[in-house]
Design a protein around this ligand. Sequence first.
Ligand code: FES
Length: 339
Amino acid sequence: MHKVALSFNDGRTHFIGINSNEVLMDAALRHGLTLPVDCREGVCASCKGTCQSGEYDLEYVDEDALSEGDLSKGAVLTCQMRVKSDCAVSFDFDSSICTSAGPEVVETRVSRVEVLSDSTATLHLDASARDGQLDFLPGQYAHVQVPDTEEWRSYSFACEPNADNQLQLLIRLLPDGVMSNYLRDRAKPGDRISLKAPLGAFYLQQVKRPLIFVAGGTGLAAFLGMLDQMASNPEKAQQPVRLFYGVTRPEDLCELERLKSYEQSIADFSFHTIVMNGDESWQGETGVVTDLFDESHFNGGEVDAYLCGPPPMVEAVKSWLDQRNMENSRIYFEKFSAS
Ligand code: FES
């Protein structure tokens, strides 16, 4: 039995189990997902998706359905696809086409609030009451209800999925934010917190080229999840990984020990930090995250770049790449605003 993540344009992801004798379309149907279908014979391409990671076979593909070029980019026909490993398959339409079910609501309890600095905290949640592992792709996020309010906020998972369902969310502490105030003033172990997950289309795809990770502030969370996954699955860490991590003030830098530990647990990983406003005690780099870049980091443009942070940071990195004609680099990004 393998696990397949089916992700859709609206940011929803559904995880299904698939048997070795099943084609993906049938397994999806068994889980209540009716993927688009017409011929069922590999001819019409109504059931087309793109495999972002994992190994698979396609039984029959008519040349009118998918070209060699489509196939080389991971295009698949779900009526002909048998998986040989866990896979992630994306579709160019919303999940509402195949199901009316929304994201799962998961009931959790606060394990602890770990204050990393006056600007950042990790909220540790225990979702072990859930029946079975909560699946998500590292890089995805949860919609989280602030206790005793009707307010929901979005945070990336700062961990990989695990059988104990122990979850981490990295949260920026604002001077006056509804979640920030809860964490500072009222949070205590045992508090109930509801979350909806998994959400988002930002996740680690098949790793075939060197990786550039660029994090702004608590955008680091998405990369902590991906790096956890690489540390525990060496086959996902066969390429160099460079993380560039920029924050506003030195005290905003967090999880540096954890980042150092990945230098031991991931074959070729290094990270570089920069702060916008250094002070007299700051010995490191000062500026914006693109000031850390050197063209030698980018393997002649043959890289996969993942960007997660505030919109100006994402735009600055994209324009840095554009100006250097790195059109062969693939860019995946998630923009967020602290709230
Ligand atoms: S349904 Fe026609 S190719 Fe799959």
